[in-house]
Ligand binder design. Structure first.
Ligand SMILES: Cc1ncc(COP(=O)(O)O)c(C=O)c1O
Length: 455
C-alpha cells in the first residue's frame, strides 16, 4: 500500500512499541484526518492538502520520525486556543498547566539575569553550578532525598529529562514497564531510545495504581526500567507510602531501574501524601533517576526548566548527550529557576487551595452526569472520568462510538475541549484538567451535563 494511503488508513504503522494501532488524537496525518473529518468545518483542515503533503515528504522521512505520535494534550490545547481566536466560546479542560502567573520575584530574577552580560554567553551543559547545588538542597528540603549536585542535570523542562533518561539508560529492545493510563510522552520517549514500552494496565478499581503482582506478570529478562509517577498525570492517582515502598523494593530486588517523576510533588489533596521512592527505598538510589522541574509547582510551564537526578555516571552521560543536543538551558530561565527553588513555597500553597476547591466541584458535577463516573483524583490537577456511558447514544446532533469521537463531538456541540483517553492508553475515559477558572469549570461541565440531559 502506498505510504500516503497507509498513513491515512492507519495501516502498517511504523510505531515501535507493542501498541502499534494506538490512535492519535493530535495533528499526525492519521490524527488530523480523524479530527478533520469530524471537526472539519471548525478547524478548516484540507484533507486534499494533507494528501499532497504526505505524498511529497513522508516517503523521505525516517521511521523514527514517522513513529512518533504528537502530544495529544498540546494538540487539544492548541485546537481550543485556535477556536477561541476564531470567536468560539470554547472552554478547555485540556491544559496541563496552572492558570496562575509565575510569581513576580521569579520573573524579576530572569529580568535581572537578562541584563547581565554573563547570561549572554554559553554556560555549562549540565546547568549552572549554583542551580545544580540549589536543586540538590531543594530536593532534600522537599522530599528528603540526599542528592549530590554532580548528579543533577538541568534540562529543558521535565519532558526533556524524561527523554534524556531514556537515551542514557535504554538500548534497542530494552523493555520498560509503563503503568497505564500513562502520560503521553512516556511511550514516545521510550520508543525514541529504541526501547519497548510494556503497558501494565490499571483502572479505578485499584485507584489507578499498579501492584507488584501485576509487575511480576509483566517483567521479562529484557526489562530494564520501570516508569513511575505519583501524583499521576493523567489519573490524579497518588500511591500510598506502603505502595511506593513495595514497588521500589520490587524493583531494587530485581535490579530494575526506576525513573520516578516527581513533578507534581506539591499538588496533593486531602489525606494524600507525596513520598519519594528512593527515600523510602534507599537501596534503590543507585538505580534510580528522579525527574522534576519548576513547571507545575511555580506556574512556570513556559520557562522550560526541569532536571534529572541520577547516579553521577548517569548524569555525566546525560550531560554528554545534552552538550550535543541543546547545550545549556537558557540562562535567564535558569536564573528564574534558581529564584524559584531557593524561594518560599507560598505560591504553590495558594494554587493548591484553588485546585483542591475546583477538584471537589469537578468531581461532584461529573458524577452527577448520567453516563459519567469519576474516581476521586488525589493529586496533580486532573480528573480521569469514565465516559463509556456517553458512547453509542445520541448527544445533540451526533453519536460517538469512541471517546476520541466523543471529544470531537463535545467540541462541536458545546465548545468544550477534553482530552480523549485513547491518548493515554485508556479508551472510554477522558482527561479533564481542573487548572482553569472556577466559573469556566462550572460552565464547561454544565454544558456537558446540559447536552446529556436534553439528548
Ligand atoms: C507527569 C509529567 N511529567 C513531566 C512533565 C513535564 O513538564 P515540563 O516539561 O513542562 O517541565 C509533565 C507535564 O505535563 C507531566 O505531566
Amino acid at each position: 500500500m502506498p505510504v500516503a494511503e497507509r498513513l491515512l488508513t492507519n495501516e502498517g504503522s511504523t510505531r515501535l512499541g507493542p501498541d502499534p494501532k494506538r490512535p492519535s488524537c493530535g495533528s499526525s496525518p492519521v490524527g488530523i484526518v480523524i479530527w478533520g473529518l469530524s471537526v472539519m468545518s471548525i478547524v478548516h483542515l484540507s484533507a486534499y492538502q494533507l494528501r499532497v503533503d504526505l505524498m511529497t515528504h513522508r516517503e523521505s522521512m525516517s521511521t523514527r520520525a514517522l513513529a512518533v505520535e504528537p502530544s495529544a494534550t498540546l494538540a487539544i490545547t492548541a485546537k481550543a486556543n485556535q477556536l477561541r481566536a476564531e470567536g468560539k466560546p470554547v472552554i478547555g479542560f485540556g491544559a496541563g498547566e496552572p492558570d496562575f502567573p509565575t510569581p513576580p520575584a521569579i520573573v524579576d530574577a530572569a529580568i535581572e539575569a537578562a541584563r547581565d552580560p554573563k547570561s549572554h554567553r554559553y554556560s555549562p551543559a549540565a546547568g549552572q553550578p549554583a542551580l545544580r547545588r540549589a536543586i540538590a538542597s531543594k530536593t532534600m528540603r522537599d522530599s528528603g532525598f540526599n542528592a549530590e549536585p554532580s548528579g543533577v542535570v538541568v534540562t529543558n523542562g521535565g519532558k526533556h529529562a524524561v527523554y534524556l533518561t531514556c537515551q542514557v539508560l535504554l538500548d534497542p529492545g530494552d523493555e520498560v514497564l509503563l503503568p497505564s493510563p500513562y502520560w503521553v510522552t512516556y511511550p514516545e520517549a521510550i520508543a525514541l531510545a529504541g526501547g519497548v514500552p510494556v503497558m501494565v494496565p490499571t483502572d479505578e478499581t485499584s485507584s489507578f495504581t499498579v501492584s507488584t503482582e501485576q509487575l511480576d506478570a509483566a517483567v521479562t529478562d529484557r526489562t530494564k526500567m520501570l516508569m513511575f509517577v505519583s501524583p499521576s498525570n493523567p489519573t490524579g492517582a497518588v500511591y500510598t507510602q506502603d505502595q511506593i515502598r513495595q514497588v521500589g523494593e520490587w524493583a531494587a530486588d530485581r535490579g530494575i531501574w526506576v525513573m520516578t517523576d516527581e513533578i507534581y510533588e506539591h499538588l496533593v489533596y486531602g489525606d494524600a501524601e507525596f513520598h519519594s521512592m528512593p527515600v523510602l527505598v534507599p537501596q534503590l538510589a543507585d538505580r534510580c533517576v528522579v525527574v522534576n522541574g519548576v513547571a507545575k509547582t511555580f506556574a512556570m510551564t513556559g520557562w522550560r526548566v526541569g532536571w534529572m537526578i541520577g547516579p553521577s555516571e548517569v548524569a555525566a552521560g546525560a550531560t554528554r548527550i545534552q552538550s550535543h543536543l541543546s547545550s545549556n538551558v537558557n540562562n535567564m530561565a535558569q536564573a528564574a529557576a534558581l529564584e524559584a527553588v531557593t524561594g518560599p513555597l507560598d505560591a504553590v500553597v495558594v494554587m493548591r487551595e484553588a485546585f483542591d476547591r475546583r477538584r471537589r466541584t469537578m468531581l461532584e458535577m461529573l458524577n452527577g452526569i448520567d453516563g459519567v463516573t469519576c474516581a476521586e483524583p488525589h493529586g496533580a490537577f486532573y480528573a480521569f472520568p469514565k465516559m463509556a456511558g456517553l458512547l453509542n447514544r445520541r448527544l445533540g446532533g451526533a453519536t460517538a462510538t469512541t471517546t476520541m469521537e466523543l471529544a470531537a463531538l463535545l467540541l462541536e456541540e458545546v465548545n468544550v475541549a477534553v482530552v480523549p483517553g485513547e491518548a493515554f492508553g485508556a479508551p472510554d475515559y477522558a482527561r479533564m484538567s481542573f487548572a482553569l477558572a472556577d466559573a469556566d469549570l462550572v460552565e464547561g461541565i454544565g454544558r456537558i451535563a446540559g447536552l446529556v440531559a436534553r439528548s
